[in-house]
Design a protein around this ligand. Structure first.
Ligand code: NAD
Length: 258
């Protein structure tokens, strides 16, 4: 018996640095997958690869800022899997690192739309479906939101991203209390910089000393590895972990501790 045998797991932003790792790990542990991303080509390639390895995969490309996308996701989840057991809201973007006054209103709006409104729209559909199923069958469910350590403390040069991720932590904690007796656990995973293209290229701007710059403030003085973040996501999602809800788990080499 594998850890997530037969459970239906949704992952957004599935073709990104964390998304691929999360999808692969759940597939290895026996889950059935509903994968989404805005990039339809990469999504098709990922699904084909996972299916070759024996996974049961449904996919639907779309934009997390579009409420209709989540209605389609919900209908597909119902049709293929009879609803979702676990949802991992992982899609996200950053704005270019700069002081607050230099961030354009368009950049700020897009980050808030994708990182905060996108998680709200996802949870709105997921909670309705999960609650209805819990009432009908008593089957529990879990949501894991990928926030950031920037959702727990200030992030100089990433102010709007930090504000949006604080918002994700706020949604997580509030909804966790609202749904605590309705069969749904809701937690957030809060990574510091991990070794993905988002961190190395978009935030640090690539270059030979990008990594050294990023780890300066982290007590462990290194980047996180994708596998370390994935492991926290599976921990938060695991039905065995049934008493944990409303947590914002730092996976950050000690950064949130100082
Ligand atoms: N990489 C890090 O160091 C780090 C640290 C803390 C938090 N995070 C968070 O982890 C999550 C994943 O980040 P990542 O490093 O894998 O980034 P990534 O850029 O590799 O992946 C993000 C994925 O989201 C998808 N996406 C972007 N906008 C979308 C939209 N509007 N609709 C649907 N899909 C969209 C992209 O196509 C991509 O596949 C994000 O929420 C990010 O903020 C990342």
């Amino acid at each position: 018996m594998r850890r997530f045998d037969g459970l239906a797991v949704f992952v957004s932003g599935a073709t990104g640095g964390f998304g691929v790792g999360i999808a692969e790990a759940f597939a290895r542990e026996g889950a059935r997958l509903l994968l989404t991303d805005i990039d339809a080509d990469r999504l098709g390639d990922l699904a084909a690869r996972l299916e070759r390895d024996g996974a049961d995969v449904a996919l639907i490309a779309g934009d997390v800022t579009d409420e209709r996308h989540f209605a389609d996701v919900s209908a597909l989840a119902e049709e293929r899997f009879g609803g979702l057991d676990i949802a991992v809201n992982n899609a996200g973007i950053v704005h270019p690192p700069k002081r607050l006054a230099e961030v354009t209103a368009d950049e700020a709006m897009r980050v808030v739309m994708v990182d905060l409104l996108g998680v709200f729209l996802a949870m709105k559909q997921q909670l309705a479906g999960m609650e209805a199923r819990f009432r009908a069958t008593g089957r529990p469910a879990a949501i894991v939101n990928i926030a950031s350590v920037a959702g727990l403390r200030g992030a100089p040069m990433l102010s709007v991203y930090a504000a949006a991720k604080h918002g994700v932590v706020g949604l997580t904690r509030s909804a966790a209390a609202e749904y605590a007796r309705r069969g749904i656990r809701i937690n957030a995973v809060c990574p510091a910089f991990a070794r993905t293209p988002m961190a190395l290229d978009e935030i640090a701007g690539g270059g030979p000393d990008a990594e050294a710059q990023m780890v300066r403030g982290i007590p462990m003085r290194r980047l996180g590895e994708v596998a370390e973040v994935v492991s926290a996501v599976l921990f938060a999602a695991d039905p065995v972990n049934g008493f944990m809800t409303g947590a914002a788990l730092p996976v950050d080499g000690g950064l949130a501790a100082i």
